[in-house]
Design a protein around this ligand. Structure first.
Ligand SMILES: C[S@@+](CC[C@H](N)C(=O)[O-])C[C@H]1O[C@@H](n2cnc3c(N)ncnc32)[C@H](O)[C@@H]1O
Length: 185
C-alpha cells in the first residue's frame, strides 16, 4: 500500500514516520485486533493501524484535531472499521480493546488503567518531555507491564554545498508495555 498521505495538518502532529514504524512494530498489531489511538491528532497512527487491524477507535480531546483525523483518514486507503470520537480518554475508551497507543499524555495513568481493564495486552506510549517520560516509565512499572523503553532520535539528511548534512528532530521516548512483561529485557 502507498505511504500514509497527510494532506491536512494539525499542531502537535504528526508522529514522524520513522517513529511510527518503531511504535507499530512494538504494538505487534494483528488483523483480529481492536486498536485504540489515544490522541489521534493528524490521524497518522490511526491510518497506519487501520491498514493492519480489523477495528480502530481514535480518541481526540480537541475537536479541530479530530476533524483533521477524519480528513486524513478520507485521504487514505485502509480496510479497518474506524470509529472516531471526540473525547478525552479515559472517557469513551472502548471495553473490548486489544492494543492501544497513547500519543497524548493527559490523564495517562487513568488511561493506562482503563486500557488494562479493557483487556489490552499491548500498550505503547510515546513521550517527548523527559519528566513525563520518567512518570510514564514508573506508571508502567507499577502496573507490572513495563517491557521496554526505547529512545529514538531521528535526523534527516539534506544537501549542503554538494554534500549531505543532517537536521535533528527532538528525541522521543517509546515506553512499551505488555501484559506478559517480566520487566525490561
Ligand atoms: C503529540 S499529539 C499525537 C500525534 C498523533 N499521534 C499524530 O500522529 O498526529 C498528542 C494529541 O493527544 C491529544 N490528547 C492528549 N491527551 C489526550 C487524552 N487523554 N484523550 C484524548 N486526546 C488526548 C492532544 O490533544 C494531541 O492532539
Amino acid at each position: 500500500m502507498s505511504q500514509v498521505a497527510l494532506p491536512h495538518d494539525a499542531k502537535a502532529g504528526p508522529t514522524k514516520s520513522e517513529v511510527r514504524a518503531v511504535t507499530l512494530s512494538k504494538l505487534d498489531l494483528q488483523q483480529s485486533d481492536h486498536f485504540v489511538d489515544v490522541g489521534s491528532c493528524t490521524g497518522a497512527v490511526t491510518v497506519e493501524a487501520a491498514r493492519r487491524v480489523g477495528r480502530v477507535t481514535a480518541l481526540e480531546r480537541k475537536a479541530e484535531r479530530l476533524e483533521v483525523t477524519e480528513k486524513n483518514l478520507a485521504a487514505n486507503e485502509y480496510d479497518a472499521a474506524v470509529t472516531v470520537r471526540h473525547a478525552e480518554a479515559p472517557e469513551e475508551f472502548p471495553e473490548d480493546a486489544d492494543a492501544a497507543f497513547l500519543g497524548g499524555s493527559r490523564n495517562f495513568e487513568a488511561v493506562l488503567d482503563r486500557a488494562l481493564e479493557s483487556g489490552v495486552d499491548r500498550v505503547v506510549m510515546n513521550v517527548a518531555r523527559l519528566e513525563v517520560a520518567g512518570e510514564a516509565v514508573e506508571a508502567f512499572r507499577d502496573r507490572g507491564v513495563l517491557s521496554e523503553v526505547v529512545q529514538l532520535q531521528v535526523s534527516h539528511g539534506y544537501e549542503l554545498a554538494g554534500a549531505t548534512s543532517f537536521d535533528a528532530q527532538n528525541p522521543v521516548y517509546v515506553v512499551v508495555g505488555r501484559r506478559d512483561a517480566e520487566g525490561m529485557a
